[in-house]
Design a protein around this ligand. Structure first.
Ligand SMILES: Cc1ncc(COP(=O)(O)O)c(C=O)c1O
Length: 465
């Protein structure tokens, strides 16, 4: 009976497998110590299930792999570029496309062209590379996410939404002279993978037009966002994902894209816009930082795989599986009594460290301590999205305590099975059982920017056993 078949079953079968193994507990302890207790620095071969990120970690389809063979490696004017350009025009509706090696490359090109010292860039919990690029150009990122998003358990359908009053207060204070653009991240990674509603994006666009301010979509997960709109927003359920994507794009002047997410490739990104004037301003920085305008730091075969992946990423059955798969992990963890940010995100499940490890102060990095123990117990790797990631205040040099102190369990696309997710649930429960004995971390090495990637630590009070 078609109606009873679960919509979150996999709409693919597996043609190729990559063996993985669980290192012994002694090996895991050694690997963690060698990594300065930072699971980011543990080697991939020593991880069993890697939930560090969904970025570039997805499984490409047979059609994408076939596309690699069709890649045209012509330096300027590659056929593969025109295929990508046509896919972006067809799916997203943007005319001008500048390929970049990945999302942060796109941010660098756009921000270099548009941000000047002292500028203010509002947004909804900017992603870390976005914030770092704004600050690198001597601008300031200001957060305008709705207050409901700060409560990890408040069940709101669109916790990625922007607070329009707060946004307007920045528009009034700084005007278009000091605000080169606003960034809407959809879904909002650092805010729990939460979606932004169409109504909110339209309102942001109207308000920004009134003040003459441009609106940029950080669209790494633009298709997942549209799936949530279809499922949750009144009046949207009969629209196709393709229609919703177009409606969404109409709210934006430009878009930065990490194709490593919703285009399901291992590398790639782009800037897209309908403004010839913006394209003219960015293209020379594209050439300077990334490469000629028709390849942007990518091989022709990469462009080909992105073009195919963009189509696969907006397929309705794929998105139903994708969001359902992630939700499964969230529901199982919640049933087991774990403190899970709710509702589940599109690409990841987030655990609330303020509830999990309430005895560890934020400047002792409870999320990092959790990740270390999760790895020690099970070989599973998660990632801290909290005070370590938040960095230091550029003016005072103090740690910026995160509003939400989280650990993210991020699900790569089309990679792990539902049984793998059951294993993860058991692993988290094991850490829960020993939580009272877990100690915080002290920094022993801290780089000046994006510190979470390479920081090293020691246990604040004692080593674990
Ligand atoms: C919302 C968002 N924006 C930008 C980026 C940066 O993209 P990339 O890792 O391709 O540089 C990411 C990466 O995770 C992201 O999640």
């Amino acid at each position: 009976m078609p109606g009873e078949i679960p919509v979150d079953a996999e709409p693919f079968k597996i043609k190729m497998v990559e063996p993985i193994r669980i290192p012994s507990k002694a090996e895991r302890k050694r690997c963690l110590e060698e990594a300065g207790l930072n699971v980011f620095l543990v080697k991939g071969k020593d991880i069993y299930i890697d939930l560090l990120t969904d970025s570039g970690t997805g499984a490409m389809s047979d059609r994408q792999w076939a596309g690699l063979m069709m890649g045209d490696e012509t330096y300027a004017g590659s056929r593969s570029f025109y295929k990508l350009e046509s896919a972006v025009r067809d799916i997203l509706g943007f005319e001008y496309i500048l390929p970049c090696h990945q999302g942060r490359g796109a941010e660098n090109v756009l921000h270099t062209a548009l941000i000047k010292e002292g500028d203010v860039v509002p947004g909804n919990t900017h992603f870390d590379t976005t914030k770092a690029h704004i600050e690198h150009k001597r601008g300031r990122a200001v957060d305008c996410t709705i207050p409901e998003a700060a409560d990890p358990y408040y069940d709101h359908p669109f916790k990625g939404n922007l607070d329009l009053e707060k946004l307007e207060s920045y528009y009034r204070e700084y005007g278009k002279e000091r605000i080169p653009f606003i960034v809407v991240t959809a879904t909002c990674n650092s805010g729990g993978g939460q979606p932004v509603s169409m109504e909110n994006m339209r309102a942001v666009k109207r308000l920004s037009e009134k003040y003459g301010i441009r609106v940029c979509l950080d669209g790494a997960r633009y298709a997942e966002n549209c799936h949530f709109i279809k499922m949750r927003e009144p009046g949207m359920k009969d629209r196709s994902i393709r229609e919703l994507v177009r409606m969404q794009s109409e709210c934006f002047d430009m878009m930065t894209m990490s194709a490593k997410k919703d285009a399901i490739v291992n590398i790639g990104g782009f800037v897209a816009t309908n403004h010839a004037e913006i394209y003219d301003r960015i293209k020379n920085f594209g050439i300077l930082f990334e490469g000629f305008v028709t390849y942007g730091g990518l091989a022709g075969r990469d462009l080909e795989a992105i073009a195919v992946g963009l189509y696969e990423g907006v397929e309705e059955d794929y998105l139903a599986y994708r969001i359902g798969h992630v939700r499964y992990l969230g529901e199982k963890l919640k049933e087991a009594g774990m403190p899970v940010l709710w509702p589940p995100g599109g690409h990841a499940i987030y655990l609330d460290m303020k509830k999990f490890l309430p005895h560890i102060p934020q400047d002792r990095f409870p999320g990092m301590a959790f990740c270390a123990h999760l790895y020690l117990e099970s070989g599973v790797r998660g990632v801290e999205i909290g005070t370590l990631l938040n960095g230091r205040d550029p003016d005072t040099g103090e740690n910026r305590p995160a509003t939400l102190e989280l650990v993210r369990l991020t699900i790569p696309r089309r990679v792990y099975t539902y049984r793998h997710l059951d294993y993860v649930v058991e692993a988290v429960k094991r850490v829960w059982d020993i939580r009272e004995n877990i100690r915080g971390f002290e920094l022993t090495y801290e780089p000046p920017v994006l510190r979470h990637f390479t920081a090293k630590f020691r246990w604040a009070d004692q080593s674990p056993e």
